[in-house]
Design a protein around this ligand. Structure first.
Ligand code: GDP
Ligand code: MG
Length: 389
């Protein structure tokens, strides 16, 4: 038994629509070979974003890598060692930034990470000129000091010294003239702790256009709170819409009327989490969850959900769905789907595929559904306390 193809299609359409709405966050990486640009991207956005192949040449020695399923694009510069002068490289990048400014926002450069390896111990005048030149295009430039040795929370003095030297130049970088110190790879001998990645994420979120923040938050892999906040906003909107649908109590046989609202919510949640799974796989899992209740149609599924999953079916007085129940069921579905998505973002592609094809996904959903249902009052408050996007 499979999910009604009509609903599968609808889910997929809504998911693609939500992904499209989120757009894409684009970062321009500058810095010498070996500075740690790729490592930084991997640490924040997950291993498979690594620009290891299939880049699209943008300018001489700059390639653009748009991730096929995550809302992130990376401009990776080579050429800092090609013998070409810094001025020439800068001029090309400036021209590229300018050209893209007249294109849709998802094609524009939103931020520059200028990466300096802390072990280099010096920041030259030519680097300062380069940073200032990039900043003069209007795109925010963040200087990142990479591969900083950190032990027990203590930063290597050499890195602090270099950071101070960079800061003292008072460059027009954002959000401040001081660089952000990072360590993106654990190395037990040198740098046993990851460091500064959240600082870099926060700084980036602060300086990019507000309209690409959702893409950054969906693409990144290190801060679940940012994803949860987006998901909760979606749930809050959907619960209101669900209540509206049942403003006049809906006969339970017509429960499918609620379904578009809920499906849109689930699609938006997955998009906000930046689940890098093909939508067809999500649809399958979603269908499996619906079938898990033993109902073959959407309407009966929802009836089954309310009567079966929700303890105390007495809330469904006279077999109509009241606004409050519609709202609470939608809330519980939203939180349950959040739990599933949260599992997914912690997995690699193979793990995610296996999980989605297994009973584990149903179990995770149903368990979280019941939990959310029993805590619906507290969760409702949580939703209402969230600040707007
Ligand atoms: N320990 C540690 N090693 C790093 C870090 N960043 C880069 N590396 C190492 O430095 C080398 C060059 O890094 P890579 O990201 O390829 O530099 P890119 O040429 O700027 O992309 C690799 O061997 C990385 O493992 C870091 O933050 N910490
Ligand atoms: Mg690289």
């Amino acid at each position: 038994m499979a999910l009604d193809p009509k609903w599968a299609e609808e889910f997929q359409r809504r998911f693609d629509e939500e992904r499209h709405k989120i757009g894409r966050f684009n970062v321009l990486l500058c810095g010498k070979t070996g500075a740690g640009k790729s490592t930084l991207i991997n640490a924040i956005f997950g291993a498979d974003v690594a620009p290891t192949g299939n880049g699209v040449p943008v300018t001489l020695a700059t390639e653009y890598f748009a991730h096929p399923r995550l809302p992130i694009g990376v401009f990776d510069t080579q050429g800092f060692e090609t013998g070409e002068s810094g001025d020439r490289i800068l001029a090309r990048l400036e021209a590229e930034i300018a050209t893209r400014r007249s294109q849709p926002i998802s094609e524009q450069v939103h931020v520059v990470w200028y990466v300096v390896r802390s072990g280099d111990r010096r920041f030259e005048d030519s680097q300062a000129r380069f940073v200032a030149g990039l900043a003069s295009t209007g795109v925010p430039v963040i200087v990142v000091l990479s591969q900083v040795a950190v032990r027990d929370g203590h930063i290597h003095p050499d890195a602090l010294e270099l950071a101070a030297a960079i800061a003292s130049r008072g460059l027009p970088t954002r959000p401040a003239s001081a660089p952000i110190l990072t360590n993106a790879r654990v190395d037990p001998w040198v740098t046993p702790e990851l460091f500064g990645l959240h600082d870099l994420l926060d700084a980036t979120a602060e300086v990019i256009p507000a309209s690409v923040r959702a893409a950054l938050e969906a693409a990144q892999r290190i801060d679940l709170q940012r994803k949860r906040r987006r998901a909760r906003l979606t749930i809050r909107t959907a619960t209101t819409a669900a209540a509206g649908t049942c403003a006049v109590p809906l006969p339970i046989a017509d429960a499918a009327a609620l379904f578009p609202v809920q499906m849109g919510m689930l699609a938006a949640i997955s998009a906000a989490y930046g689940v890098p799974t093909p939508s067809s796989r999500l649809v399958q899992a979603f269908g499996g969850i619906m079938m898990a209740t033993g109902a073959s149609t959407v309407g009966r599924y929802l009836a089954g959900t309310i009567v079966g999953l929700v303890p105390g079916a007495g809330t469904v007085t006279g077999y109509v769905i009241k606004a409050s129940v519609a709202s609470s069921v939608t809330l519980a579905m939203g939180y349950a789907w959040m739990a599933v998505n949260e599992r997914l973002v912690g997995m690699n592609a193979d793990e995610a595929e296996a999980f989605l094809a297994s009973d584990g996904v149903k179990d995770a959903f149903l368990e979280a559904f019941r939990g959310a249902w029993s805590e619906r009052k507290r969760l409702r408050k949580e939703l209402d306390q969230d600040p707007p996007a």
